[in-house]
Design a protein around this ligand. Structure first.
Ligand code: SAM
Length: 453
């Protein structure tokens, strides 16, 4: 049986695509291996969002060229966003690569590999292709959580971002195809799904008849066996009152929203082409917290966008302090080829980006600790999903608001169950807890956080 070594860089969408590729190639007789040395085919599923992600891939390709010299039969493929962005330039820079293909070509991966093997010449497939819902995936016994891509592409054209170039226009999968996939996942034991899209809350507007994410959430809520529904990433520009009400009203949808702010300065937001002001963003936050009291919020921020002054950066700090995010993902601006921001004249020096990054993380850690500290002494429903990494005698799970909780299960097999857990301590990245009695009170996490706000 030929062996496939598959490495994934980047976002959840890439993880999802990798699963499809592994599933499709399983159908072609490939077996996954953890050892590149014993593989017949190595595929790197790549990310182009920041330069650092690309550097990692090129350095990996350098290591793989050694392997290729020892075993010329080995096929090396680069797929995903870097493939789409750099196309033939990948072959120029890394001639050991046999195959370059974008996410639109995933459905034809078997055929592309065959072509590369048969011709011995590099294969380059980065054109557009009709959207297909691929549900093939390797069997994962005991899998409790799964990603489900509901739409591809992005047409927001934020000036810093390569995604419109790497993943194309917005295209939604039909609700029936998504529902069928979720039903299949539930039947195989999955309890939690995360719906994925670059602007997931723009879901459905390109379909005929048009639909929206709120309607999709209601549909998925009806799937027996699924306990929790998450979705990401939402763009503030497309956040509707209808979706906010769905977070409140659709029972399986968790009270958690990832809502990228990017910057708290209107001047920077305008240069980023984000389509909202800080005041509008904060209005949305108020609407969210009024409708879904205690909702957990997380965000993405970019520090050191071209032209960002200390004053602009302080506006971002202000918003973080004001919103009190549960979690903040801060990135130093990275110049991406072909994006308008990469040509802006006033690039910010690396040391300034580093200083701002450290400062924002310090503020984010402080406000995040306030949020999780407020949970001490409360009993929360926890979906148990594994064994604790630090202590194998303990189990681990997640609250609806996505916090990790570790606790002693007293030998009970709780995997896949939602159980009440008393939070005894809030640590920087997780909660410690104790299993509460089966009839113990389970309080609503959202309401607890609202009371503490
Ligand atoms: N589509 C989502 C949106 O627009 O909100 C986010 C997608 S992106 C995969 C994840 C995050 O990477 C973005 O929210 C942004 O904060 C960050 N990012 C994107 N381009 C970047 C760049 N050129 N430099 C630094 N960070 C970047």
């Amino acid at each position: 049986m030929p062996k496939l070594y598959l490495t994934t860089y980047g976002c959840q969408m890439n993880e999802y695509d990798s699963e499809r590729v592994a599933g499709l190639l399983k159908g072609e007789g490939y077996e996954l291996t953890e050892e590149p040395g014993e593989a017949d085919l190595v595929l790197l599923n790549t990310c182009a969002i920041r330069e650092k992600a690309e550097d990692k891939v090129f350095s990996r390709l350098g290591q793989l060229s050694v392997l290729k010299r020892q075993r010329p039969d080995l096929l090396i493929g680069v797929m995903g966003c870097m493939a789409q962005l750099w196309q033939g330039k990948i072959l120029d820079r890394a001639p050991q690569v046999d195959l370059v293909f974008g996410s639109a070509a995933v459905a034809r991966v078997g055929e592309l590999i065959e072509r590369a093997r048969a011709t011995g010449a590099p294969v380059l497939e980065t054109g557009e292709a009709p959207l297909v819902k691929i549900t093939a995936k390797p069997e994962r016994p005991g899998q409790l959580k799964a990603f489900v891509t509901v739409m591809e592409g992005c047409e927001k054209f934020c000036t810093f971002c390569v995604v419109p170039m790497t993943r194309g226009r917005e295209r939604s999968h039909p609700p029936e195809a998504i529902l069928a996939e979720v039903r299949g996942l539930a039947a195989s034991g999955v309890r939690e799904v995360t719906l994925l899209g670059q602007t997931v809350n723009a879901y459905g507007r390109d379909l005929t008849p048009a639909t929206d994410l709120a309607a999709l959430l209601e549909l998925i809520d009806s799937v027996e066996g699924i306990e929790r529904i998450r979705f990401t990433t939402s763009n503030p520009y497309n956040l509707t009152p209808r979706l906010i009400r769905a977070i409140r009203d659709v029972p399986k949808v968790v009270e958690y929203l990832h809502l990228p702010l990017q910057s708290g300065s209107d001047r920077v937001l305008a240069r980023m082409n984000r389509g909202y002001t800080a005041a509008r963003y904060l209005e949305l936050i108020d609407e969210l917290t009024d409708t879904v009291p205690g909702i957990a919020l997380s965000t993405d921020l970019i520090v050191g966008f071209p032209g960002e002054t200390d004053e602009d950066f302080e506006r971002t700090v202000d918003v973080v302090e004001r919103v009190r995010y549960d979690n903040v993902f801060a990135f130093r601006y990275s110049r991406r080829p072909g994006t308008p921001a990469s040509d802006m004249p006033d690039q910010v020096p690396d040391e300034v980006k580093a200083r701002r990054n450290a400062r924002i993380l310090e503020v984010a850690t402080r406000v995040g600790a306030l949020r999780s500290g407020a949970l001490e002494g409360r009993v929360l429903p926890v979906l148990v999903d594994g064994t604790s990494r630090k202590d194998p005698a303990e189990v681990t799970g997640r609250t609806r608001c996505n916090r990790v909780v570790n606790f002693d299960a007293h030998g009970r097999d709780l995997l896949g169950m939602v159980v009440p857990v008393l939070v005894t301590r809030a640590l920087p990245h997780s909660l410690r807890g104790e299993l509460a009695g089966p009839d113990g009170p389970v309080v609503d996490e959202g309401r607890v956080l609202a009371a503490s706000a």
